[in-house]
Design a binder for this molecule. Structure first.
Ligand SMILES: CC(C)(COP(=O)(O)OP(=O)(O)OC[C@H]1O[C@@H](n2cnc3c(N)ncnc32)[C@H](O)[C@@H]1OP(=O)(O)O)[C@@H](O)C(=O)NCCC(=O)NCCS
Length: 163
């Protein structure tokens, strides 16, 4: 298999696609987090919809636009055509490539998708010449996962991996 590279399965979110809308709803609003505090979501915090109600597709488009204006990228993971199962909000910063949200939708967790998705994000960051990935894991389960991905906590409480 030398020289043969599998197709990239991550891409920028497309606010016109219903699968991307559905994945965002599933990840942000229907996935349980392992802490009572939960994973902070810039998408949800900036959502114009009332707390507790789901955004419409139109509101979703506006949210994506809003989050992008703040300099944030949203990447999704589509392991098979039309099946979008994970969501990541990230941005470049002076300290490195910052992952602010990383969510595999509940029914698809613990099947290796988080590892694959992260691997492609790492490559994406490396291709943009970033030397480090930084994040702040929320909850014990997430900490186990990020430890497995090679991250370690630094003196500022953020978790870092040199890439
Ligand atoms: C944390 C999360 C991203 C992991 O993704 P995933 O697809 O379930 O993880 P994978 O199946 O790829 O697991 C990769 C490794 O991490 C380990 N792992 C994943 N979640 C774990 C957990 N909750 N507890 C212990 N280990 C865990 C797996 O056992 C696996 O180890 P292995 O390769 O040695 O077998 C996913 O469970 C999730 O989205 N959770 C809710 C949101 C969240 O907490 N996001 C991160 C913080 S904002």
């Amino acid at each position: 298999m030398k020289g043969k590279k599998s197709a990239t399965r991550i891409r920028e979110i497309d606010p016109e696609r219903r699968e991307d809308y559905q994945c965002t709803i599933d990840c942000i609003y229907r996935t349980e987090y392992s802490t009572s505090q939960g994973c902070r979501s810039s998408f949800r915090e900036n959502s114009p919809s009332a707390l507790g109600s789901l955004p419409t597709m139109e509101q979703f488009k506006n949210n994506v636009e809003h989050v992008r204006k703040m300099g944030c990228n949203i990447l999704v993971f589509e392991p098979r055509e039309g099946e979008v199962i994970a969501y990541c909000a990230c941005m470049g910063s002076a300290r490195g490539f910052f992952i602010s949200e990383f969510i595999v939708k509940s029914p698809e967790q613990l099947k290796g998708y988080g590892r694959s998705f992260y691997g492609e994000i790492e490559e994406y960051a490396r291709n943009q010449c970033y030397k480090r990935i930084i994040l702040y894991p929320e909850g014990q389960g997430a900490r186990y996962f990020w430890l497995k991905m090679g991250f370690r906590r630094d003196e500022t409480d953020f978790w870092v991996k040199k890439i």
